[in-house]
Ligand binder design. Sequence first.
Ligand code: HDD
Length: 695
Amino acid sequence: MPPKRTAATTRRSTSTPAAAADVRPVEEAGGRLQEGPFLTTAQGLRLADTDHSLKVGPRGPSLMDDFHLREKITHFDHERIPERVVHARGAAAHGTFQAYGNAAAATKAGFLQRGRETPVFVRFSTVLGSRGSADTVRDVRGFAVKFYTDEGSFDLVGNNMPVFFIQDGIKFPDIIHAGKPHPDREIPQAQTAHDTFWDFVSLHTEATHHVMWAMSDRGIPRSFRTMEGFGVHTFRLVNAQDETCLVKFHWKPVAGIHSLVWEEAQLAAGADPDFHRRDLADGIEAGAPLEFELGLQIMPDSEDQTFEGIDLLDPTKIVPEELCEVQLVGKLTLDRNPTNFFAETEQVAFHTGNLVPGIEVTDDPLMQARLFSYLDTQLTRLGGPNFTQLPINCPHAAVNDNLRDGMHQTAVHRGVAPYLPNSLGGEQEPVPAAEAEGALVHVPREVAGPKIRANPVSFGDHFSQAALFWSSMSEVERTHIVEAFTFELGKCHEQAIRERMLGVLAHVDADLCTAVADGLGLPAPQGTPPSGVVPSPALSQIAFAPGPIAGRVIGVVADHGSDLAGIGRLRRAVEAQGAVLRVIAPVGGTLKTKRTAQTVDRTLLTTRSIEYDALVVAAGNPTLRDSKLTVLLTELFRHCKLIGAWGDGDNVLTEAGIDTTAPGILIGEAITKAYTTDLFALVGMHRAWDRAELL
Ligand code: HDD
């Protein structure tokens, strides 16, 4: 059967009145569904053989008239598109945003009104690495959300850190050139532990607050589901009465904010470079959607656009939550994996200029440059101006844009008058809408001043919030920050860069500077750190109460002869929490007793400690011993993760040299309700940080 032709594909361009732009859904586009019983060419011709090129006899040569060979190879030759210039490595998911309905006083944006549910597509990413780089490197994570609202698409293109390296977008190429691999040898990949990055940062002190975040645990999240997201800039909201306020957007993870430790991040980069991508897809597939609440910090739209002395146009500054509460206005649920990575995750195009009525931008000079860059970059990356017609980029609102032609035009537009005004379009010709009809009408604002290249004086404060961040950290978080700076600067070859960066840290905090200097074996310079800094406890990510464990992975070490009934009870309890249980045994296959069986998910050869948030040893094999098991357990111990055993399983821990009296070690008689309750509470705390003192 030839593909069915639709009205859209057969209609010829005439002088009939133009209707809405006629973009064919992909499933109607000439039989491109990749279905049907037979293999065909791109023209739909059925193929008899796709394994042998057309040759003169079995030993060739190949013939020029093999159109199938040429089509197959030509298409393959052009399969790749340029990767994103930044944020090339990413993974994404579909979901919905449910508004709580309490934001109407601040904004008229339709998707934030009561009862609204909006489809979304979210892409998480790292900034510096190439498309094939490892997930767990120390870096900022992108958190880009496309809301397909019925007023048009709104993109909130944020990061997992609320501040940025630079205050003015004109510096973006500089910071990225400094952070990317060195241009001569293209190394190191996906990391900032090298000379050019620290050369730039140490000379460019407005990056100091940002690098405090990047060197903290925020730079190595446990998973996409356990990181915060931030719109970074201050936005302007407009309500139905045309009243405005200034706002900062936050995403709060329901699973809590949790990170890896540095050694895990490094191990994962080798053992499973797809660590975050796999976790995202596996979690969704296992029925544990990712959940985040959208929060707003709402501040008056004051003349000077400051709040409590903080310049709201400076993207290197936060507004501490203790000064301005984050009000939760809706929930994002990511529960569907993409069907095709290239079509969706790779081709999705975000743009900070995709706004809806009720949300406007401010004069933040970083934001202003972004408004240009996001549209521009797609022209190269996606090969022309029609990328909004790609299914993942199609708005769910009706489109009637008078934009015509261009590379890869898939719409068959009607009519002869794609211009305004016209007298030939007939009654259905689009007309500009009024504000009451849903148009985005910019709030009128007076703008005046001399034409200059300069920063406001307030942008000159580069240290007060870096010190605020440091002062808000717990002891263990501070240790991690010191170790991160020491590691990164230790990887620099130029002594002058290390010394200059120590000079910068001396202006943040003397203890921080001394600890890093000690690690580098250098003298600590004197600085003038800010005084009177008031910590913001909300910045620390140490848990004080157990959080949910959905999406977490618990390993159970077992062998033939283990308490399989106990493993069965443990599995049911773990799965009831939305978490995953994996059985690890010396070799693969199935562990069986007469009454029950457990499939082995990993062997000691195919697993590594980074895969587990907790690991328990089953009763029944007290002599189980293997050097790989010892490595597994000692890594978990070092990373302060929960380790448990029931019955005589604790012998295995002792054999491996694990101190079973240390914090975060759970020994029980059997798998009972009480045991699993304690287990989940400890996993919900993420780590037994008290153990760190023993290490
Ligand atoms: Fe950007 C991609 C986030 C500043 C220019 N950016 C990109 C992505 C995220 C961010 C999450 C990946 C989107 C995706 O998944 O496709 N960028 C930010 C944040 C910034 C920021 C939170 C500061 C607050 N970006 C920024 C500046 C510029 C750019 C100042 C240029 C002046 N960003 C780009 C870009 C990218 C991009 C070159 C590369 C791929 C793309 O846009 O679509 O246009």
